[in-house]
Design a protein around this ligand. Structure first.
Ligand code: S3P
Length: 436
């Protein structure tokens, strides 16, 4: 990866305008996978042109699925049917994508052929036993390097359904098991300690596969077919989150974020920021492809610290890094707990944010499952992205209210989830340039 540093620089100006953020990452991965197994041609609109989701498309092509890209954000997937995938020669590179690797592992566990999945340095350090162990109990055989990638998924093993009581709130684990369950004899059921995003369940239903689900529980039986259907993917709430926090904390700002996905399992940040006093309105609520969407309007407002309710954490798991930034400029203290999962994301996000914010002068105590952040004024400095897209963008947001320039080292990973972030941010008033 080439080294690309970004610098935020004074003078700051209010943020204004309408910001169109790219399509939802979670839905883009899933839409590709279900369309690949469907019985015909599916059109995907609003597809995220990020490195993560393109890696999933490349893997599926290597299994023999023809995928056309008629225009940016569009894919036509020529589904091969439930038993139409063919062995790929060589290993498949999932890049930086935990969702890609874990969901594909479930999908591949019940195939007739072997597959090998690899990833970049960050993904190669992420725990895979959370999917390997339950899949093994369903009959799969998967070799790893002590629970880490690369994963060798052995084909030709008969899968059987089971009930899995998941120890962690993880939509990736749930989804991997449900995808394996499509090929299993009998019922596969996943029970979660706290409800997580339900895109796999909703999208399977849209493709005509019966799924029984309520928040925190999902069950399906194997042996049906997926009927080709078109999917329209809304803008990614997690990408919109950087602009929601930025407009909340930069004085005089007002931003519109049109057509953002508002699945209730994703919008914890909205509730958290409102508790802090943020001025955020949702307008024009509607549905697209069975998902709630709406236009978000954010105005600057003074924020005050809160004790973040632990129940909100799974609904804002990817937004916590930028929430740390909101807490850093809020009046008073913010306490975050119940977020130990942050330590096994693209980086250890508690440690990454604590070290970056400390460099900017924030008083922040790390705890095993969160942090205590004392709000104040931010200074400048050089911080690292830790090769984590969301850390890079969060530190750029922090730089919008810092009294001196913030240099964020290694911003190239932003392209995994948010290609065009720098240009889109600059257009609405972010002080941000590529470092020379
Ligand atoms: C995702 C689930 C979450 C989230 C990730 C996307 C998904 O991961 O952090 O960005 O698409 O299912 P976990 O399942 O590890 O919580």
């Amino acid at each position: 990866m080439n080294h690309l540093d970004w610098v935020t620089s004074k003078p700051h100006q209010p943020l204004h305008g309408s910001v169109r953020v790219p399509g939802d990452k979670s839905m883009s991965h899933r839409a590709l996978m279900l369309a690949a197994l469907a019985d015909g041609e599916c059109r995907i609109g609003g597809f995220l042109e990020g490195e993560d989701t393109r890696a999933t498309a490349t893997s599926l092509s290597r299994f023999g699925v023809a995928i056309d890209a008629p225009g940016p954000g569009e894919r036509i997937v020529h589904g091969v049917g439930m038993h139409g995938l063919r062995a790929a020669s060589g290993s498949l590179d999932c890049g930086n994508a935990g969702t890609g690797m874990r969901l594909l592992t479930g999908l591949l566990a019940g195939q007739a052929f072997d597959s090998v999945l690899t990833g970049d340095a960050s993904l190669s350090a992420r725990p895979m036993n959370r999917v390997i162990d339950p899949l093994a109990r369903m009959g799969a055989r998967i070799d790893s390097h002590n629970g880490l990638p690369p994963l060798h998924i052995h084909g030709g093993h008969a899968m059987h359904g089971m009930r899995h009581i998941s120890p962690m709130a993880s939509a990736q684990v749930k989804s991997a098991l449900l995808l394996a369950g499509l090929y299993a004899e009998g019922d596969t059921e996943v029970v979660e300690p706290q409800p997580t995003r339900d895109y796999t369940e909703r999208m399977l239903r849209a493709f005509g596969w019966p799924v029984d689900f309520t928040p925190g529980r999902a069950r399906l039986a194997g042996g049906y077919v997926l009927h080709a259907t078109d999917v329209e993917i809304p803008a990614d709430f997690s990408s919109a989150a950087f602009f929601m926090v930025a407009a909340s904390i930069v004085e005089g700002s007002e931003l519109q974020l049109p057509a953002v996905g508002l699945n209730p399992r994703r919008t914890g940040l909205l509730a958290a920021l409102r508790q802090m006093g943020a001025d955020i309105r949702i307008e024009n609520e509607r549905q697209t492809s069975g998902e709630p969407i709406g236009d978000i309007v954010v105005r600057h407002a003074p924020l005050r610290g809160i004790e973040l309710p632990a129940a909100l954490v799974p609904d804002m798991i990817d937004e916590l890094p930028v929430f740390f930034v909101a807490a850093s400029v809020a009046e008073g203290r913010t306490v975050i707990s119940g977020a130990a999962e942050l330590r096994v994301k693209e980086s250890d996000r508690i440690a990454s944010m604590a070290s970056g914010l400390r460099t900017l002068g924030v008083v922040i105590e790390e705890t095993p499952d969160g942090a205590i952040i004392h709000g104040g004024r931010l200074g400048g400095g050089v911080v690292s992205s830790h090769l984590d897209h969301r850390i890079a963008m969060s530190m750029v947001v922090a730089g919008q209210v810092a009294r001196a320039p913030v240099r964020v080292a290694d911003c190239a990973p932003v392209a995994t989830s948010f290609p065009g972030f720098r240009e889109i941010a600059s257009d609405c008033g972010f002080a941000l340039r590529v470092a020379s």
